[in-house]
Design a protein around this ligand. Structure first.
Ligand SMILES: *Cc1c(COP(=O)(O)O)cnc(C)c1O
Length: 393
């Protein structure tokens, strides 16, 4: 990314003047066009009324579906707006008709809330959930996955990039196996969407979910799902409302045929408009360019971190993204994150309670998670490492 472009992007990111924001896996700093899209709509609601503002914003709320279709290489009717990624994922997962004896295959670094849902459905329906082993690098082992397939596998559901580390799981490889065996494939793309190009045709997933506030730089309280068109009619949402279905006569209803069957009628319109603006903003910069910049910054950052006494990098996998995790001798992750925060450096902390399998077996209680985006700079990395290196007593 050329320096002028970065300069312009930082100017459009007023927050970057006041903080070193390495918490993009938590919630990224919003760019001005996103903030303005949200506040303009809120203002319109304030001035003319919520329903009236929604009617005026209809072209924008409809454009939301096309923006995501462009981002993910799918059709607009395969996209739904949901209030967050967890609910988006739940709407799809709980619509799958599981029966006793079905198997769910997942990854060892699966997102905590997804795993809780597996455990609940396992109890309810007598299905089993199995975490596919990792290969030596720490990513999901494709050969192991293939060897675990049989006619009882109902679903393969993995997290593309775990919330607690730099690992990028081989989503395309998993897709090939799912397609070959005709098994449903659900991908949690929360940390990858906005950080790199995602093409649902290339990945071969049937369903994909993500959030607005992380690498997409959208507003909080926004999320989305993608579901392959051919599948939609076979997936009945766990609950429906007047937007998801039509009340035909006193005793019958009909669920709508597009992905919006998973939406709520009432929703955060300003958030939806803001999220569409965030997708357009990312598309305008270019997802390939974003990925390249994020990966190269993260590589520089990892190299610098290893030069600091006591710091141990904790990222695993062959391909590593903009999420960087580490520990440092003598301080807990929480203490480090707090100390950095006092110097206007934002990070977050990954804890074992949210990654029982992966962090549990690696004997890690907590780690600092420093997640970089394209608007971060080498100078910020320098400053970060300077503060981190300070010895505390
Ligand atoms: C953040 C995250 C989620 C949850 O997203 P919400 O929008 O907070 O519901 C799910 N999966 C992964 C991998 C995440 O990092």
């Amino acid at each position: 990314m050329n320096p002028n472009k970065i300069k312009r992007i930082r100017e459009q990111t007023p927050g970057s003047a006041g903080v070193i924001h390495f918490n993009n896996a938590g919630a990224a700093l919003q760019p001005a066009p996103v903030f303005e899209a949200v506040t303009d709509h809120l203002n319109l609601e304030y001035q003319i009324g919520g329903y009236e503002a929604a009617a005026k914003a209809l072209p924008k709320t409809e454009a939301f579906y096309q923006s995501f279709a462009t981002l993910l290489n799918c059709q607009p009717n395969e996209i739904a707006f949901i209030e967050n990624a967890t609910r988006a994922w739940d709407m799809l997962f709980y619509s799958i008709p599981f029966k006793k004896g079905d198997r769910i295959l997942t990854a060892r670094s699966e997102y905590v809330s997804n795993y809780l849902a597996y455990l609940q459905v396992a109890e309810r329906h007598g299905v089993t959930v199995e975490a596919v082993p990792d290969d030596e690098s720490g990513q999901l082992d494709l050969a192991a996955l293939e060897s675990m397939i049989d006619e009882n596998v109902k679903l393969i559901a993995i997290t593309h990039i775990p919330t607690h580390g730099g690992l990028v799981n081989p989503a395309v490889g998993v897709g090939k196996i799912a397609r070959k065996n005709n098994i449903l494939y659900l991908l949690d793309a929360c940390q990858s969407v906005g950080q790199m190009p995602l093409d649902v045709q290339e990945i071969g997933c049937d369903m994909l979910t993500g959030t607005g506030r992380k690498f997409l730089r959208g507003p909080r309280g926004t999320g989305f799902l993608y579901v392959r068109h051919a599948l939609i009619e076979s997936l009945e949402p766990p609950f429906i409302d007047l937007h998801a279905a039509n009340w035909i006569d006193q005793n019958s209803y009909e669920i709508r045929p597009d992905a919006r069957r998973f939406e709520n009628w009432e929703s955060h319109i300003a958030g939806r408009v803001g999220l569409a603006a965030a997708v357009d903003y990312a598309l305008d910069i270019g997802l390939d360019e974003i990925k390249q910049r994020v990966y190269s910054l993260a590589q520089t950052f990892r190299t610098k971190l290893t030069e600091i006494p006591g710091v141990v990098l904790r990222d695993i996998g062959t391909e590593q993204c903009g999420i960087v995790t580490f520990t440092k001798t003598g301080e807990t992750g929480l203490q480090i994150s707090k100390r950095l925060r006092e110097k206007q450096i934002n990070t977050s902390v990954a804890v074992v309670e949210h990654a029982r399998i992966d962090m549990g077996e690696r004997g890690l209680k907590d780690m600092v998670r420093a997640s970089l985006h394209y608007y971060n700079t080498e100078a910020e990395i320098e400053r970060f490492c300077e503060v981190l290196a300070e010895t505390i007593n």
